[in-house]
Design a protein around this ligand. Structure first.
Ligand SMILES: [Zn+2]
Length: 250
């Protein structure tokens, strides 16, 4: 194709009426968040800005964008039956599954008082399965978080630890960041100041590409309060993790 023909093709696209930024709700929401100083990185929750109704429209807009990506990758989504609904599947998967923790509000974790005479004062360690995604390559991160707390004045239901951890994980994250996020949110929900989060996970971005590692096991630990300052508490947490791993291998 000659240079003049290329220009003509581009001109035709531009004159096609085509790409009107204004019609996209996604553009409006990005504008609004920027104006209000709201950060919207891959690991941030932006549920305050999005209603369920908005989500349907955002999925439609993302479908359109994924269609363009597939076209640019020269994949025939019209005649290839496997690629036919792929753009929509991708859009729904991002909003409703692998990045759901960005768009959904925090899980309801009703706290019960822990202030009776026989209040529980020991350490509590919960093992939570995690599925996340690295924000650099959008490759799967899969592993387990061990969440330990020394109960303060409140207790939450055991399943809530995992719900909170998964809500933090269902975003684009880095494992270090995820570990911090879970510690912060568990602290908020339980009021506990003494807590630890240990994550062990494999990373698709090290296994499927790049260094093609056979296994990419990565460990991160965040310790707060007595978990950080008292060697006995830290050891008890680590011993509990080892015990859990013996009974429930990764
Ligand atoms: Zn990555």
């Amino acid at each position: 194709m000659s240079e003049t023909k290329k220009e003509t093709a581009l001109d035709a696209m531009a004159g096609d009426g085509g790409y009107q930024e204004e019609k996209y709700l996604g553009n409006y929401l990005r504008f609004k968040m920027r104006r209000e100083g709201k950060r919207f990185w891959a690991g941030d929750n932006i549920s305050d800005y999005i209603t369920e109704q908005d989500k349907d429209r955002l999925i439609d807009e993302a479908t359109e964008a994924f269609e363009l990506v597939l076209d640019r990758l020269l994949i025939d989504r019209e005649t290839d039956p496997n690629s036919h609904g792929t753009a929509r599947r991708l859009a729904k998967m991002y909003f409703n599954e692998i990045m759901a923790g960005r768009y959904e509000p925090a899980p309801d974790a009703t706290a019960f008082p822990n202030d009776s005479q026989d209040r529980y004062e020991g350490m509590l360690v919960v093992r939570s399965e995690l599925r996340s995604m690295c924000s650099h390559h959008h490759q799967p991160v899969s592993g387990v978080a061990y969440i330990g707390i020394i109960a303060a004045e409140k207790l939450i239901g055991l399943s809530k630890y995992t719900r909170i951890a998964q809500w933090c994980a269902r975003r684009g994250t880095l494992q270090e960041e995820l570990c911090n996020d879970i510690a912060r949110e568990i602290g908020k929900a339980t009021g506990a100041r003494d807590l630890g989060v240990y994550i062990q996970a494999t990373h698709g971005c090290c296994e499927n590409r790049g260094i093609m590692a056979h296994s990419s096991l990565t460990q991160t630990t965040v310790l707060k309060g007595a978990f950080r300052d008292d060697p006995g508490t830290k050891k008890e947490f680590m011993d509990n993790i080892k015990l859990q791993q013996e009974f429930a291998p990764r």
